[in-house]
Design a protein around this ligand. Structure first.
Ligand code: ZN
Length: 415
């Protein structure tokens, strides 16, 4: 199987670590010099950038959290002047507590290459037609497929949020060979194909690239059997790049992390202690080449474990297990991230609602498919006229849809 950048992807571990230390020192110095937040953190910890001399010294650097990113909104985390930034990204699911990420031209070039590595690594070539059914408006990775595909000469169909019927028409007429989407949308397509009585063998589809929400092996199995494809997992971090941090290879024994650009660690989420290889904990990432938005020891909230033994594909890059759990209370519903804090915020704005509530997710193939919010409601509304109750319910539904970008079911319950 071809490798896009064999010089780095199959590099000896020792050489790779040397490269990482070199890059780590540069990024630490740049962050210290240009970002007040990091300078303050280092000074408070009594740490000088010169003390970071080896990978073992990484542990001296304080963690960075999502709260830090929100507290420094909008441009407080930027390490370059705005004139050098060519893209500003606003990750999905953060509308109430915004984060804005900046990218320089060089950052975008690297990102384009990272996704190209994933594509090439699973055998996608200039003969392929990639149908990208991610939401181009909301999911920042969608456009990356277009640019990375261009880089390797494959064709892209940005079918975005077209309905399942139109997507199937495109699959048939354009003879798309690769589908990139959330796994929940792929399941929806699969079911529509089954309902129409279409034989998947008549399609040209052979590969699926799925991500942006956790999907268990049972989903992989269902998609592979019913769509007759090989399904691969891709991983990214919405506060950084998504996708492009890691991706599966044909061996499918974990996702190779692009360690020439990101330094991974696993920590105990409670104590912050660094765990050893193979132990499950929270993934912490340090960017090694990002210019505009360097993140030092960023706590991703994603739970995984690292493995560095050699892989059958020939890559020497560390692999991470597929992410199926989080350390925070964020849940994914049909590819949309829901933070419980957001629900509290909505309820605070509606007299008679909350503060108590309960969340119930209906699952399909082990993935969240429909979310029900049971809202504690004031007695005078619950015992009031039906019309008043209906209006209250509608207000809640609309508020949730606006705040979460997701249609949820609402039930009223005694407060
Ligand atoms: Zn591999």
């Amino acid at each position: 199987m071809p490798i896009f950048k064999p010089d780095v992807e199959t590099m000896g571990r020792k050489d790779l670590q040397e490269l990482q230390v070199e890059r780590l020192q540069i990024v630490v110095n740049q962050a210290y010099a240009n970002v007040d937040f990091y300078r303050r953190k280092f000074d408070e910890a009594g740490l000088s950038p010169d003390e970071i001399k080896s990978l073992e010294d990484l542990g001296k650097i304080p963690f960075t959290t999502r709260k830090d990113l929100m507290d420094n909104y909008p441009y407080g985390m930027f390490a370059v002047p705005l004139r050098d930034v060519v893209r500003l990204q606003f990750p999905l699911g953060m509308h109430g507590n915004p984060i804005v990420i900046g990218y320089t031209r060089e950052d975008l070039k690297i990102w384009r290459e990272l996704v190209a590595r994933i594509l090439v690594g699973i055998g996608i070539t200039e003969h392929d037609i990639i149908q990208v059914a991610f939401n181009y408006g909301l999911f920042m990775g969608a456009i990356r497929f277009s640019q990375s595909a261009e880089l390797i000469g494959a064709a892209v169909v940005p079918s975005s949020i077209a309905s399942a019927d139109i997507q199937i028409r495109i699959l048939q007429d354009f003879r798309s060979t690769v589908l990139a989407s959330t796994p929940s949308f792929a399941l929806h397509l699969m079911e529509t194909i089954q309902r129409k009585g279409l034989d998947p063998k008549t399609l040209s589809l052979k590969t699926g690239l799925f991500g942006a929400e956790p999907w268990p092996e049972s989903v992989r199995q269902a998609l592979e059997e019913n769509l007759r494809i090989q399904a691969y997992d891709i991983y990214g971090v919405m506060e950084l790049i998504e996708p492009g941090v890691s991706g599966e290879c044909p061996a499918r024994k974990g996702l190779h992390i692009f360690e020439d650009h990101f330094l991974p660690e696993i920590i105990d989420p409670q104590t912050g202690r660094v765990l050893s290889e193979g132990q499950e904990g929270e993934l912490v990432l340090t960017t090694l080449t990002t210019s505009a938005y360097p993140l030092l020891r960023y706590r991703t909230s994603d739970v995984t474990a690292l493995h560095s033994e050699p892989c059958a594909c020939g890559r020497t890059l560390t692999r991470m297990d597929r992410v199926l759990r989080r350390t925070d209370r964020m849940i994914s519903v049909r590819g949309i991230n829901v933070f419980p804090e957001k629900i509290t915020e909505v309820l605070t704005g509606i007299p008679g609602a909350g503060p108590g509530y309960a969340l119930n997710a209906r699952t399909k193939y082990g993935m969240n498919d429909q979310l029900t919010v049971q809202v504690e409601t004031a007695t005078e509304i619950l015992g009031g006229r039906e019309a008043q109750k209906a209006a209250f319910l509608e207000t809640l539904q609309l508020a949730f849809r606006r705040a979460l970008g997701l249609r949820v079911e609402v039930e009223l319950k005694q407060g």
